[in-house]
Design a protein around this ligand. Structure first.
Ligand code: NAD
Length: 471
């Protein structure tokens, strides 16, 4: 007789709306009991994150490699940014928590007033796959600093990092107030059905709309960290080699273009384009060799879905003959080489959607000033970059272009300046975080006025005689 072996696969119990409700209930209990409010609790959690970063650097680097073939150096930068956020929060927290005294008015005399930062309550953080470690923990640091209970939902598209975050939070942090829920659309939907006191979402604008609609049901405030097409304008009056190296750093050497602040397209003059392309070729070859598909210093495309999406942008009929550099791909390894395109038509897919990969179209204009109109004709980007020595042009750029952030003569690194808020405007998002802005993003600014029983002017009380109005 034939024997059949039944292999029982143990299925993970499904995380549904019922489970999500229980989770929020548990965290709310901790929050309401005041567990997360004390300065000491916040510091303890932040110190544990610091300890975890020290102890687990290798595992984190490995997970980032599994998810994205992220080069070691880029993983190091990602981890370092979390470290510095944590360090800053630990250094500044006591100052951030001090109520801010404000002036009072004559009408309230005698009185004093202050703005008290209070935690929002129980908050949800939903993060993206491209910097899966940073984009998860950086907001968590803000939420903890501000004294909230928090649920983190990392991206399922970076599964190794998602699992690691789940394990680390369990091991290092206070699980009665800080939890990770792993999962994709179903799990996120179950979470979004709950009443939260704040949501910070990082990802695409399409899902941003879903998050905001779900939040509207409970009047939950949202911070939406979205993306968009970030332009880089290159003037002939600039140090071309430095400009080009920094464009490469902000495009291919940053997750192979899979970055929200990555350079999406370049604008230069018709006249200058050949010089720019020439210089890009030279520097790209220096950085990634003659066969960039073999370079260890460049991330792969995150998934076959995104690989196919990028190939579609590149192979569109009206685009495929515009490639002036690169274009090689390796489907098995999910690698696409740095690729430059010149003068693609504006109705091409590649100019309609955020590229989020190693392709860069160069658009040309007659005068560089025209670039302002080109940029303003599109949805507001998360970042806008300009390379020039021309002070007038810098001024015109800053005054006339609306974008989440702006960086003159470099790319991307404005995000490491703690004093600058990081966030979008319009299609690129709303609200911001980083440094003190993270604390503020997860705090309610409570207006508190202290009066004494003195100065009780009878003029404000009825009966309202005509004499009182004359005063
Ligand atoms: P995504 O929108 O696909 O996914 C982000 C998160 O949303 C994930 O956690 C995912 O599980 C969840 N999600 C996906 N579909 C959902 C649905 N239907 N309902 C509920 N939740 C859902 O975005 P992505 O592909 O992970 O990230 C790429 C986008 O994010 C780009 O537009 C990029 O510019 C932007 N981004 C912005 C920043 C920033 O800091 N501003 C950082 C990184 C990425």
């Amino acid at each position: 007789a034939s024997m059949s072996v039944v292999v029982e696969v143990e299925e993970k119990p499904k995380f549904d709306a019922g489970k999500a409700a229980l989770l929020v209930k548990e965290l709310r209990k901790s929050f309401n009991a005041g567990r997360t409010r004390s300065f000491e609790w916040r510091v303890r959690q932040l110190k544990s994150i610091e300890k975890m970063l020290e102890e687990k650097e290798k595992e984190i680097t490995e997970a980032l490699f599994k998810d994205l073939s992220k080069p070691g150096f880029e993983a190091f930068c990602e981890i370092s940014q979390v470290k510095s956020s944590c360090k800053l929060a630990l250094k500044e927290l006591s100052r951030w928590m001090i109520p801010e005294k404000v002036k009072t008015s004559f009408t309230t005399y005698p009185s004093s007033a202050e703005i008290v930062s209070e935690p929002l309550g129980v908050v949800l953080i939903i993060s993206a796959w491209n910097f899966p470690f940073l984009l998860s923990l950086d907001p968590v640091i803000g939420a903890i600093s501000a004294g909230n209970a928090v649920v983190l939902k990392p991206s399922e598209i970076a599964p190794a990092t998602s699992l690691l975050l789940s394990n680390f939070v369990e091991e290092y942090l206070d699980n009665s107030a800080i939890k990770v829920v792993e999962g994709a659309i179903d799990e996120t939907t179950a979470l979004l059905d709950q009443k939260w006191d704040g949501i910070l979402y990082t990802g695409s604008a399409i899902v941003g709309r879903i998050v905001m609609a779900a939040a509207a049901v409970h009047l939950t405030p949202v911070t939406l960290e979205l993306g968009g097409k970030c332009p880089a304008v290159v003037d002939s009056n600039s140090n071309l080699q430095v400009a080009v190296r920094r464009i490469i750093a902000g495009k291919w050497a940053c997750n192979n273009g899979q970055a929200c602040t990555g350079v999406d397209y370049i604008i230069t003059t018709k006249e200058f384009a050949p010089n720019l392309i020439h210089s890009l070729r030279i520097e790209l070859e220096k950085f990634f060799g003659k066969d960039p598909l073999k370079s260890k210093d460049i991330s792969r495309i995150v998934s076959s879905f995104h690989f196919a999406r990028l190939v579609k942008l590149l192979d569109e009929d009206k685009v495929s003959n515009k490639v002036v550099f690169g274009g090689q791909r390796d489907e098995k390894q999910l690698k696409i080489a740095p690729t430059i395109l010149l003068d693609v038509p504006d109705d091409a897919l590649i100019m309609q959607e955020e590229i989020f990969g190693p392709l860069v179209p160069i658009l040309t204009v007659e005068n560089l000033e025209d670039s302002i109109e080109v940029i303003n004709s599109k949805p507001k980007p998360l970042a806008a970059y300009l390379f020039t020595n021309d002070e007038q042009l810098k001024k015109a750029f800053v005054q006339n272009i609306s974008s989440g952030g702006m960086l003159i003569n470099d790319t991307i690194i404005h995000v490491v300046v703690d004093g600058l808020p990081f966030g979008g405007v319009g299609e690129s998002g709303m609200g911001s975080y980083h440094g003190k802005f993270s604390f503020d993003a997860f705090s309610h600014k409570k207006a508190v006025l202290y009066r004494s029983f003195d100065g009780d002017a009878s003029v404000r009380y009825p009966p309202y005689t005509p004499e009182k109005q004359k005063l």
